[in-house]
Design a protein around this ligand. Structure first.
Ligand SMILES: *[C@@H]1O[C@H](CO)[C@@H](O)[C@H](O)[C@H]1NC(C)=O
Ligand SMILES: *[C@@H]1O[C@H](CO)[C@@H](O)[C@H](O)[C@H]1NC(C)=O
Ligand SMILES: *[C@@H]1O[C@H](CO)[C@@H](O)[C@H](O)[C@H]1NC(C)=O
Ligand SMILES: *[C@@H]1O[C@H](CO)[C@@H](O)[C@H](O)[C@H]1NC(C)=O
Ligand SMILES: *[C@@H]1O[C@H](CO)[C@@H](O)[C@H](O)[C@H]1NC(C)=O
Ligand SMILES: *[C@@H]1O[C@H](CO)[C@@H](O)[C@H](O)[C@H]1NC(C)=O
Ligand SMILES: *[C@@H]1O[C@H](CO)[C@@H](O)[C@H](O)[C@H]1NC(C)=O
Ligand SMILES: *[C@@H]1O[C@H](CO)[C@@H](O)[C@H](O)[C@H]1NC(C)=O
Length: 758
């Protein structure tokens, strides 16, 4: 690390010396940082090129034309209007006060939210209806780490040329030498830095995994170390993929993501999948919220991962109401790695261990016994921290490692890597809390639960020559779906009355295509490469939902992004979770693509409704006006008109109903107003079915709605009155479901949350 830092400083100094800044003093150079200047919608705005306008604005503020040219890094102008420049804080401040500017914010790094899954969703190849011809006109844009084009999942045999609407490009370079009729586009975006290579090739595996989950063709005998062996395929195997590489080793930067969104929208993608996130931000400073807003304006739904900081509350990210935020749930499969001790005792841990033992038993030791330092001086030997164990005491042995303290847990180097570097034969790691996520180990390894770890420690203490063996991982069945422990939970902090996450999809131990330019684990000294790998994260859930959205779109190409999202949410299967958090973890429930193509009714939301929602959330009206687009001459002055009577307390025709209520008092009372559109084929009558906890009254007015023709809209309201009992721990969970007795069940969860009552 220290070495890397000095190398980096050396490169930086070299760079500064050799590029010869003229006007800047050294001081000023250090203070200049990339800022994003967001100016709303680009459509029909300019008589001149966007970049010329950006240059003029920047020159005006900096007061020096050549400096303005020098500091500008990006100009967006296809859909998103804005630019990126290296600015001083006072210049950023002046720009933010310009009437044509929505927001100015620093460029930040966002992070990746690191197949049988489709069968598990009842989406078995032979049993569901799809039109390959229509589906092959669907293009899914993936913003991620790029793609490994040589994966068998992206074989384009039988595919015709890209759909006529496609305007994107295939930018080749280094290890991405071509596209094909499956992966029809590839572009990359990054800050120019000396240690980068120019390519959309995937050196990580994440982007390849996601792309194949969405639209990979069927590949039989897909497995990792023989595990999860079967046919891997994407949710919409006839659809096309366009890859936009925005993530590099250090993360995914806001300005690169905006550039990718700006182009993907114009390239002609139908759905965007983005498994990236970070701390929640106000919408106009959140690159994903901004990009997805402009996508929505052009009829493109963006699906996002909810984040992996669960299971705590208030951890969910990607919160804009125009994105579909996806939580991760389990499949009915788990990976068990059995450890057998010399005394015959067996314990079952979790991992992806591809190694078959070659001996009956191996000598066993512990981090404590193998340590050659005094505890405290060099870290924690019992946790097998780096630099605490002697090679002579580890070589050829399986090492048992206890849970470390918080700092130890934060170490980025895994015990498998440390033990391997000392030539150990295997590693057993005790877990503080049960986990559900299996990870690949560099050497034979198993993560065991706390009590099992204590038993292993007792055994080591009880004998002179402790022995153990770690078996190859096996798969077993488990009860599913359940929300993954890491999946981020609501409530959210930006728009407190919109329930997030929206929906859930499989994201635990998912097998999908991988990149041969990456290794199985994150370690560069891992030489194992693989065509398929098993990964976990809301990153893996997001593409399942993106594929489901693409599937719905292939049946209803004219539906708005909000209508597609509504169809997926109202047909989702709620989970029978034991957690009190309920909808705060899974939103409306697990996606059910087969039902989503016939939702019966949809809750639609237009661009204008989102804008009036933003007014109510307190965003500046001048800024909101800029989102509408149009030039200074053609655009109308936007005024925040009150839409109250149409929408009720949450202000949006959302397919779920949520309110964070005051933290005092136990009586709660809320009203939600909603409008549904009949998307069934003919006349139909829907009756509201209500589920509510004891002591809570939920009334729907009217209780019965009759539709005469398709496209017809009806309004209704939901009135909730009740007492927040102590046992609810601040979470009042109910639901309303419209039933037409002909198979359409249109369900909305209702969740009232009272903070401070956990
Ligand atoms: C539009 O008008 C405002 C003030 O009236 C001005 O500050 C802004 O620069 C103008 N924008 C463009 C794109 O001309
Ligand atoms: C990546 O490119 C390098 C250089 O052209 C080549 O040697 C290597 O084989 C390529 N790797 C793969 C996995 O295609
Ligand atoms: C490109 O970058 C990746 C990741 O940093 C590296 O593994 C690869 O070797 C590089 N390829 C070339 C051709 O420089
Ligand atoms: C995977 O399954 C196929 C067919 O069921 C079988 O032929 C193949 O040997 C299996 N591969 C592994 C590695 O288990
Ligand atoms: C402990 O062992 C390691 C690995 O063999 C060695 O690098 C280190 O110097 C040793 N430390 C002490 C204090 O002997
Ligand atoms: C085994 O012995 C070590 C060292 O004396 C001790 O720290 C540990 O708690 C013991 N394990 C158990 C399970 O008692
Ligand atoms: C929005 O902000 C701008 C600049 O900060 C200010 O001039 C304008 O009056 C604000 N608009 C409204 C409607 O508050
Ligand atoms: C709460 O509601 C109950 C009946 O629903 C009522 O009797 C009681 O007075 C209410 N309490 C408050 C503080 O409003």
């Amino acid at each position: 690390m220290v070495q890397n830092l000095s190398l980096w400083l050396f490169i930086l100094c070299f760079y500064l010396v050799n590029t010869g800044f003229k006007a800047d003093t050294q001081d000023e150079v250090d203070k200049r940082q990339p800022y994003i200047v967001y100016m709303g919608d680009a459509a029909e705005k300019y008589h001149v090129e966007a970049s010329e306008n950006h240059h003029n604005l920047l020159s005006k503020v900096i007061g020096d034309e050549s400096k303005a040219r020098e500091v500008r890094m990006y100009s967006y102008g296809k859909n998103i209007d804005g630019f990126v420049a290296r600015l001083l804080p006072h210049e950023a401040e002046r720009l933010s006060r310009d009437g044509g500017v929505v927001s100015v914010f620093k460029n930040t790094q966002r992070q990746l939210h690191t197949t049988r899954s489709w069968d598990f969703l009842g989406f078995v190849e032979s049993k569901y209806r799809r039109s390959e011809t229509v589906e092959s006109n669907i293009i899914v844009g993936v913003l991620d780490t790029g793609i490994y084009i040589d994966s068998p999942s992206f074989d384009d045999k039988g595919f015709g040329p890209p759909p006529a609407k496609w305007k994107g490009k295939c930018v080749t370079g280094n290890n991405l030498t071509r596209c094909n009729n499956k992966v029809i586009g590839a572009k990359y975006y990054h800050l120019k830095q000396p240690n980068y290579n120019d390519t959309a090739a995937d050196y990580d595996g994440h982007g390849t995994h996601i792309s194949s989950t969405i639209a990979g063709v069927a590949v039989s005998n897909a497995n990792l170390f023989g595990l999860a062996n079967g046919t891997a395929r994407g949710g919409v195997p006839s659809a096309r993929i366009a890859t936009y590489k925005v993530c590099w080793e250090e993360g995914c930067s806001a300005m690169d993501m905006l550039a990718a969104f700006d182009e993907a929208i114009s390239d002609g993608v139908d759905v965007i999948s983005i498994s990236i996130g970070g701390a929640s931000l106000p919408f106009f400073e959140d690159p994903i919220a901004i990009g997805a807003f402009h996508a929505m304006k052009r009829g493109i739904l963006t699906t996002c991962s909810a984040g992996n900081n669960g299971p705590g509350l208030y951890t969910v990210s990607n919160l804009a109401p125009w994105v579909m935020t996806v939580a991760a749930n389990s499949l009915d499969r788990k990976f068990e790695t059995v450890v057998k001790l010399g005394n015959g005792l067996t314990t079952t841990g979790i991992s992806l261990n591809g190694f078959t033992p070659t001996k009956k038993m191996y000598p066993l030791t512990s981090g404590l016994l193998a340590s050659n330092v005094t505890a405290g001086d060099y870290g924690e030997p019992n946790a097998c921290q780096s630099g605490t164990m002697g090679e002579d005491k580890v070589m050829g042995k399986i090492v048992y490692c206890e849970v470390g303290s918080e700092e130890a847990g934060g170490s980025s180097e895994g015990q498998d890597h440390i033990v391997r570097s000392l030539k150990g034969a295997g590693v057993i790691v005790q877990l503080l809390e049960p986990i559900d996520m299996a990870t690949a180990t560099l050497i034979p390894g198993s993560y065991v639960f706390f009590e099992d770890g204590t038993k292993i420690s007792e055994y080591i203490n009880s004998t002179k020559n402790p022995q153990a063996v770690i078996f190859k991982t096996r798969t077993t069945k488990m009860v599913a779906p359940a929300i993954a422990s890491f999946s981020a939970r609501g409530p959210q902090r930006i728009s407190p009355n919109i329930l997030k996450p929206d929906i859930s999809a499989p994201g635990l131990n998912i097998l999908a295509a991988y990149s041969k330019l990456a290794t199985v684990t994150v370690y560069p000294d891992d030489k194992r490469q693989t065509l398929f790998s098993i990964l976990s994260g809301t990153s893996m859930a997001c593409p399942h939902a993106a594929a489901a959205a693409a599937y719905v779109k292939s049946f209803h190409p004219d539906w708005s992004p909000a209508a597609i999202k509504s169809a997926l949410m109202t047909t989702a299967t709620p989970m029978r979770t034991k957690d009190f958090e309920a909808e705060l973890s899974y939103g409306s429930g697990q996606i059910n693509p087969r039902r989503a193509i016939h939702p019966g009714l949809v809750y639609d939301i237009t661009e204008i409704s989102y804008l009036s929602f933003l007014c109510k959330e307190g965003y500046n009206a001048t800024s909101i006006g800029l989102l509408l687009g149009g030039s200074n001459e053609t655009k109308k002055e936007y005024r925040c008109v009150d839409h109250k009577q149409g929408l009720g307390s949450d202000g949006l025709n959302y397919p779920s109903m949520h309110k964070q209520v005051g933290s005092t008092g136990t009586n709660v009372s809320e009203i939600f107003h909603r409008t549904v559109r009949n998307v069934g084929y003919g006349p139909s009558t829907y009756v509201a079915k209500i589920w509510a906890p004891k002591g809570v009254r939920v009334e729907v007015e009217p209780r019965i709605m009759s539709f005469v023709k398709p496209g017809e809209e009806k309004h209704f309201k939901v009135v909730i009155n009740g007492v927040m009992e102590e046992t609810m721990r601040g979470v009042l969970s109910a639901s309303v479901e419209w039933d037409d007795s002909r198979g359409h069940l249109v369900r909305s969860p209702i969740l009232l949350f009272q903070a401070g009552r956990m």
